[in-house]
Structures are given as structure tokens and as C-alpha cells.
Design a protein around this ligand. Sequence first.
Ligand SMILES: [Fe+2]
Length: 298
Amino acid sequence: MPVSIRKLTGRIGAVVEGADLAAPPDPSTVTALRDALNEHKAIVFDDVDLDNTGQERLAGWFGDLTTAHPNVPAADGTRHVLAVDSETSKANEWHTDVTFVVNPPQLTTLRSLVTTPYGGETLIANAATAYRDLPAPLRALADSLRVVHTNQHDYARPAAATAQRREYDRVFVATPYEAEHPLVRVHPLTGERGLFIGAFAKRIVGLPPADSADLLRLFQSYVTRPENILRWRWSPNQLLIFDNRITQHYAVDNYDDHPRRLNRVTVAGEVPVGTDGRRSEQLTGDASHYSEVLAVAA
Ligand SMILES: [Fe+2]
């Protein structure tokens, strides 16, 4: 049965039907999913019949897996699964996953286990359309800038109101990492340019802190325009895959104290490249235990 793709919004998101995610990978299906991801940035599947092992296997269709996280241990009994659990953390901030390492994951898979009776949506923003929306002088400025990303700043994490969340945050920052990335990243598969910033972006290289903060806020305001955003409302047993090279996401904290649990598996990425061909660099820390570096043909 051929894979069918239904767009969710004009700029981001599609529902994929007709793909058997539990089957051995079939090259034409993998190609169709990769093409859908390249075009729509975020793709979702309903009623998936996957356990943790199945999610790991499915993520492996797209490349080698990372471990769960550079600092946070894997979910019990797994090597690659990060438990995204409202008990320990609420990621209600715009971010791209793990951009404080030199080669952040190329894509993220999220599988819903426990969903909320209301709210609890994941927002995903298209950073490529954000870049294209910039007036030409701002695009030129963005193309020229480099940004230091870190896991260290406390404003990278929402206020931790409980002991469990404080402990999660302590582990999250326990080993410091800093990486320098181009502010505009060229997607290795599509050649598209996207704004590569988000909550781990700490400062623009060469600028005073106040100017850096103002400019990051300005560029970020283009990413989070409503037109660029898919607002995904979860039901159990859904799988969401987003292209972590060219999106940001945000978990809306609008579900009171209801539990919310998703399992995350990420796929290793390459070292980002800017519009001038310059690559990212690790400034602090060594995350080689976390992720292989994906080789991308020059
Ligand atoms: Fe995330």
C-alpha cells in the first residue's frame, strides 16, 4: 500500500498514512518518509503499534541512534530512549534538541504514552520559512553570525517547582557543554537555509550581551510567527517525527497537574555548516559518548 501524505498547514506538518512502521524497512517507504520530512519538517502517524524497541528500530531507518541524552540517563531497560515526563520536566520553551553539542540530532521521534485530557500540545516551528520571511538586510546579517549554545544557563530550563524537576535540571547541566554554530544553517539534504537558534543559544559571537540578546530575540520572533507553527494535539499511540536540523519546538504547559509522558528517540546528525561553508565547533565538553558524527557527502 503506498504511503499517503496529508498536509496539516501550508508551511509545516503532515499526517502520514499507509506506512507499516513495525515492518522491516522497505527502501521506497523510507525514501517517502524522508521526502515528507524534508518537505513538511514534521510528520505524524496515528495508531502506531510500537514499544520502545520498535520506536528505536523505526528511528534507525533514518540513521544511527544517539544515546538518550549527553547527561540524562536512558529510560529503564533502554539505551536510546529519553523519557519525556511532566513529572521531571516541562519543556515549555522554544528550542531545538541538544544544540549544545557540535552535532545535534538530525531528527527527533516522539511517541505518546500518556496524554492529557486537555492541552499538552507540542508546537513545532519551521525555521526555514522563518529565514525566508526575513527582509533581505536581516538575512544577510543572519548569514554572517555565529552563536554559542550551552546547556548551562538556568534560563534554558523552566522554573523547577518540585524536587523531581530540580533533580532533573541538576543532572541536565551536570557536565557543561558549549558549541558554536552558524546562526543560519544549510540543510545538508535540501540546501535550505534555516535559523538555527532556540533556548540553548546563549550569545552571538562578537557582540555585547545586550545587543546579542536583542538580535536573538528579533530572529526568534520570526521563527515563532503563528504561520510557521504546527500545534499538535496528542492522543495516545501517536508518533511524531520532526527534522531537528531546521525546526524548533515547544511543549505547552497548559494541562494543570495531569501526567504527560512521551518517549523520545533521536538520530545522530552531522556537524552543521553555515552559508559560508564554515562548520560548527565544540567549545566545551566532549559529547562523543552521546552521538556519532554523521558523515555528509561534501
Ligand atoms: Fe525537545
